[in-house]
Design a protein around this ligand. Sequence first.
Ligand code: FMN
Length: 303
Amino acid sequence: MADLTADLGFIKLKNPVIPASGTFGYGGEFLQFFDLDLLGAFVMKGVYTDERGGNEPPRIWETPSGLLNSIGLAGPGAEGLTKIIKDVASKTSTPIIVNVCGGTDEEYLEVARILDVMKEVAMLELNISCPNVRAGGSCPAQSSSDTRRVVKLVKENTEKPLIVKLSPNVSDISSIARSAEEAGADAISVVNTFLGLALDIEKRKPVFKNFFAGLSGPAIKPLALKIVWEVANAVSIPVIGIGGIMTGRDVLEFILAGAAAVQTGTVNIVEPTGSVRIISETLELMDELKINNLEEIRGGLKI
Ligand SMILES: Cc1cc2nc3c(=O)[nH]c(=O)nc-3n(C[C@H](O)[C@H](O)[C@H](O)COP(=O)(O)O)c2cc1C
């Protein structure tokens, strides 16, 4: 049987499948469907310092093969999250990743510091892409210098491995990924959602109060694969591929494009046991294609 372990350098995961931030609650919600120990790791919903209510509804809108969301990062705040983390960690030994958000550099740092001291947290994922919070969307991931500054600040003040999650809504993702790497990122995760627009023709208004929303799901998979390939060729730290993954075959495509592991997002919303199915499918396909381990095909695209 194939070896499913995924090597991120700073940690070895039992398999490459990591449910993505915002699509998997805080993990505990999924205990009614399966044992969290089956996962490679999982990422909790993004958190700011203070409790947030999120955006006005609607927050979700189906599109052909995809989903637009404008949640606005609702959540309990960093201190509130520490209790939830302790509770979930007592029910699983799977590594927990916390998605760190901030409206300012200081807030990113404060949230990261609160979570950094928790032994239950394996890694931090710095969400510098935040598509649904500020209309007009000026986030650190939109510029190389802002990315460099905030990643350096958090890295210098925390001990945990730092994954930096980038936005696809930029013109030169490779240079932004390189800035994150130079500033000390331990891994890059790509992509967050693509900005999109849904319109209501009767009302002649945008569907979302925030105007633009974030597109995810199978509709974005080819776009995400392209970005993963570009980023994997631009940096030497591990890349975690995200975008429209629904099957084991999708997982292996992202690994072939250069990802060391993947995150599964929208699939968890439409099929709560989807990530577990994807893990078995990946193993079955590796056996069928006689792939012994993921490193054998990682970045091995023949061109
Ligand atoms: C409802 C929803 C909420 C999300 N919330 C977050 C979040 O809090 N932090 C974050 O970094 N990404 C968030 N994302 C983005 C996902 O983690 C993922 O990057 C994106 O959905 C693309 O993957 P997919 O096509 O497999 O869904 C959210 C996505 C959805 C659909």
